[in-house]
Design a binder for this molecule. Sequence first.
Ligand SMILES: *Cc1c(COP(=O)(O)O)cnc(C)c1O
Length: 426
Amino acid sequence: MKVEDITSSEQAIALEDQHGAHNYHPLPAVLKKGKGVFVWDVENKKYYDFLSAYSAVNQGHCHPRIVNAMTKQAETITLTSRAFHNNVLGVFEKYATEYFDFDKLLPMNTGAEAVETAIKICRKWAYEKKGIAETEAQIVVFENNFHGRTTTIISFSNDEGARKNFGPYTPGFIKIAYDDTHSLEEILKENKNIAGVLIEPIQGEAGVYTPADSFIPKVKELCNAHNVLFMADEIQTGIARTGALLAVCGKCDCQGHCERQATYSRPDLLILGKALSGGAYPVSAVLADNEVMNVIQPGQHGSTFGGNPVAAAVAMEALEVVRDEKLAQNARKLGDLFRSELNRYIVDSSVVNLVRGRGLLNAIVINDAEDSSTAWDICVALKENGLLAKPTHGNIIRFAPPLVINEEQILDCVKIITDTLKQFEK
Ligand SMILES: *Cc1c(COP(=O)(O)O)cnc(C)c1O
């Protein structure tokens, strides 16, 4: 059987169902093409993509510059492994460290791997620099976190589906309430073995849970005060998604070049993935200054594909596109418009309780029980009306279009969303 033989969605879904592991529950849309903010299914129906592969496709589908960088490099050399050097990696590392203003970068492939990398660096730093007794280091994490799917990462998840029957769990993590600086302050005061705090500046998978503006700066301040590493997982929130280069930039107006403004909570370990490649290729990375990154020496961490020439070329171009096309600015402006339009709608709505988010990472909270199918049913109706979005955590729908979307398109999408919601009003 060939890909060209697939002519209907049912056929493609049946194949996956029969031959693939059932580890996802996708909406019944079978996509075959993407361009900018649009995707097409095998029946040639066109949709606005309002998930952007969980914010990996910030630069839009098949961005010509990124595709060009990828194909050009793919025709030259794709993989050397780190047993040898390649002529692209160093150029990328210089570019990305200047872009984000850190001394060094460690390249990996997936987001979960980058989180694992940050955890390893943090623990090693704790033993070699902070002087915590070996194997005693603890890392503070937050309730409803999402950092990936490895055995260590799911060990500190409180999502039952992600965790159950995957034990024994990795020790060394303390989970506290999110958006609650008092809990953090208490634990940092009473426990001297804390090495780091691992945090999402906005909890994406938890339903775009957006903390108080003062929360992240306070977390940073407490980390500093207690000599604990502030580790920001910006895999979903970073790279212009929330209207700034990073969500930890707060409301600084640097357009993708942070000049350490007062609102910037600079991480000790910055974790990136997803849009680092514009969705073209799996590329992730951890950035840190020498004091922290230099605890890693040859043989202590790595990946066969991490830092390969295709990944390096793609990531460099993807970052340049973000800056050249002023995507952070666009996300901020159109995010404000999107929320104000939806907020106008929900005043009289019986279906939607709340709109929240920052930049173009937003969500609506549906007025129904967490285990109800309303959010799913709305997403199916949105699909019929030409817009793809996915429920997260039961009764929440995330809206995260590619950041290349324009004002006319966002207003068109607001209309699709509000018209769809009207079908569900009681
Ligand atoms: C998606 C995501 C990850 C995991 O990335 P993968 O590439 O799926 O391994 C980790 N943290 C956050 C905040 C994410 O959104």
